[in-house]
Write a protein that binds this ligand. Structure first.
Ligand code: ZN
Length: 277
């Protein structure tokens, strides 16, 4: 069995020291994880991310480590406003010639609980997230690279943005929308990735979406170090635990674990334009 974890922040200090990142890489290999995509969060940590990925490649050669660079919507409000003006340019320079970089992100919209209370401040925060997303869209459309999208309580706004112009097939990470939104995204050529929420007993919404997504659009991820699968809590999440997400997806869709592994890995390779050795 070969699995592809399409979203794991194993580069972060809060995941663990470089030695801990390395041992998590070995445990991932033992659990059948063949590839891991490490998403970016903000410009200040991009070079540390690329350095951590290089160290993991050198030390854990049996796992393919891929990277993406972008600005997470949850940190947009903490960054200096001037960053928005030349973000597309900055991103283009940062990704230029980076070996193993396969996507732009993570980026997107988060209109969840961290927004300011209703009023002008909330509207400004939303507008800024949209502007930052637009910079990522611009780079993705110019380079043809897929986007790694985060979306919380903003699916209508995100869909509008994605459908406004041809956009490379992209990944909706840790999908929390309805089956109808999943359907609209898949029709537009995008992929839907499921994480630990699927392992929570009685989690109706992610399970309904996971049952509805066409097989050719399904992906899996851990979102490490967050979203630990239900049976492993309160442990810190790591790529090896992807097997729990795959098992939950197999159960929801009524098919063998091996079939889910095969199809999700093939889908990840297709959307990210990579091949496994
Ligand atoms: Zn993430």
């Amino acid at each position: 069995m070969r699995l592809f974890d399409t979203h794991a922040h194993i580069d972060l200090p809060r995941f663990g020291t470089p030695a801990e990142q390395r041992s998590a890489g070995f445990r991932a290999r033992s659990a059948g994880i063949a590839a891991i995509l490490i998403p970016g969060i903000e410009p200040g940590t991009w070079s540390a991310l690329l350095g951590a990925a290089n160290a993991l490649r050198a030390n854990v050669p049996d796992v393919c480590f891929h990277t993406a660079l972008g600005v997470h919507p949850q940190v947009v409000g903490d960054l200096p406003a001037k960053i928005d003006q030349d973000l597309a340019q900055r991103l283009s320079v940062a990704i230029d010639g980076v070996a193993g970089l396969v996507a732009i992100g993570e980026c997107g919209l988060d209109f969840g609980r961290d927004l300011p209370p209703p009023g002008p401040a909330r509207e400004a925060a939303r507008a800024r997230q949209l502007a930052v997303l637009d910079a990522h869209l611009e780079v993705a459309r110019r380079t043809g690279l897929p986007l790694l999208l985060h979306c919380v309580r903003a699916h209508a706004a995100l869909l509008e943005r994605l459908l406004a112009a041809p956009t490379p097939p992209s990944i909706l990470h840790s999908f929390s929308g309805s089956p109808e939104v999943a359907d609209a995204l898949c029709r537009a050529g995008h992929y839907i990735s499921f994480a630990g929420a699927l392992t929570i007993p009685g989690a109706r919404r992610p399970r309904a979406a996971a049952a509805a997504v066409p097989e050719a659009r399904l992906l899996v991820e851990t979102d490490s170090p967050d979203q630990t699968p239900f049976a492993r809590r309160p442990e810190r999440n790591e790529p090896a635990f992807l097997v729990d997400v795959v098992a939950a997806l197999a159960e929801v869709r009524g098919c063998p674990v091996e079939a889910i592994a095969e199809v999700t890995t093939a889908n990840a390779c297709r959307v990210l334009g990579v091949q496994l050795p």
